[in-house]
Design a protein around this ligand. Structure first.
Ligand code: COA
Length: 148
């Protein structure tokens, strides 16, 4: 099992779209639209690859030089509960820290809040609805901000 940074428009990127569709959209009766994917060429894509097959992925949207948004976290249902999600997020945090990011925020589905809490993310603000389901904003400081 290897952690990989995935190039936009590569074969592995195509595999992330398939996995994200299966895990995050199809169960809600939704599909990805062009609008959903707009701007992804400027975002960072990471995944866990098992013998060439993508089994988990996420997207990082920079919100500036030091803050980033973690989005589209998906682990294949056959591979859940084995620590892969944790491994993917921890490896991604390490890459972002090295790039100078100090904080990560995300919109957590209510069913995934416990997962992010285990990884050190804290809820902030009121619940809100996205893709028809309840979410909470969660944040984690991954490095100390540089003082001027
Ligand atoms: C949520 C998800 C990403 C978790 O991935 P995973 O690989 O199964 O999680 P891990 O095995 O790395 O779990 C890490 C820890 O979080 C816990 N955990 C995992 N999913 C959890 C959940 N939904 N609620 C509470 N705790 C959870 C695990 O028990 C484990 O705890 P431990 O370290 O004490 O043993 C995965 O279940 C998934 O893709 N779900 C469907 C899509 C989704 O909800 N994505 C997030 C959208 S915001």
């Amino acid at each position: 099992m290897t952690f990989a940074e995935i190039e936009f428009n590569s074969d592995l990127y195509a595999a992330t779209l398939k996995l994200r569709d299966e895990v995050l959209r199809a169960p809600l009766g939704l599909r990805f639209s062009g609008e959903d994917l707009a701007g992804e060429e400027r975002e960072l894509h990471f995944g866990m690859v098992d013998d060439g097959a993508l089994v988990a992925c996420l997207v990082i949207k920079p919100l500036g030089d030091t803050r980033a948004k973690l989005r589209q976290m998906a682990v294949a249902d056959t591979h859940r509960g084995k620590g892969l999600g944790r491994q993917l997020v921890c490896n991604t945090e390490e890459v972002l820290r090295a790039k100078g990011f100090t904080a990560i925020e995300l919109s957590a589905r209510e069913t995934a809040i416990g997962f992010y809490k285990k990884l050190g993310y804290a809820e902030t603000g009121a619940p809100f609805e996205e893709v028809g389901i309840a979410h909470r904003t969660m944040v984690k400081q991954i490095a100390r901000p540089k003082t001027a």
